[in-house]
Design a binder for this molecule. Sequence first.
Ligand code: NI
Ligand code: MN
Length: 225
Amino acid sequence: MLKLTYMGHSAVLLSDGTHEVAIDPFLTDNPLASAKPDDIKAKFIVLTHGHGDHLGDTIDIAKKNDAQVIATFELANYCAGKGVKNVHQMNTGGSFSFPFGKVKLTIAFHSSSTPDGQYMGDPNGLIIEMGGKTVYHAGDTALFSDMKLIGEMHDIDLMLVPAGDNFTMGVDEAAKAVEFVKPKMAVPVHYNTFPVIKIDPNEFVKKLPSGIEGKVMNPGDTVEL
Ligand code: NI
Ligand code: MN
């Protein structure tokens, strides 16, 4: 069993009943956030890249919970430099088994820097195997045809797809990405948080290939896989 709670923008919380994992916990400055940093009790935080709308409250939550931050080399080191005691450095293409499950960093076509302007290496997508299920969080990315390989090598139960356009894919590219990956369910993320990424998520759902369930989640919604 895997429970996924959408917290708005690209922030999600995963729970298998034993472990909790937060992904990209951007809450304080997120006008759509359904949770506050103090609500998050996760002992693990996994990051796609360093931009402020993804790094978010990571440093504070990690310190408060004594949580481990899992991210690409430069970003994990950045968090350590900000006082996070427990970081795990990875890099694109690698996977590692943690107490809660397995994380693989995939490629993502985007950029990555911290809010204070430091270069943060490459951005990533995340494949997380937990509670017997597999989630692909595509991070912030353009469409790329190697997503077909991700679909070939992983049986994805749920794909989180950035669909808000301007900084990432828009609805047409996001629907094509889902066609490449072939998950059982696809959830649009990274939209409507700011005026420049305003879209109608139902347009995304309408464009999905038949046989793949599209699900619009409002911040605070939970889906059990
Ligand atoms: Ni970004
Ligand atoms: Mn972003």
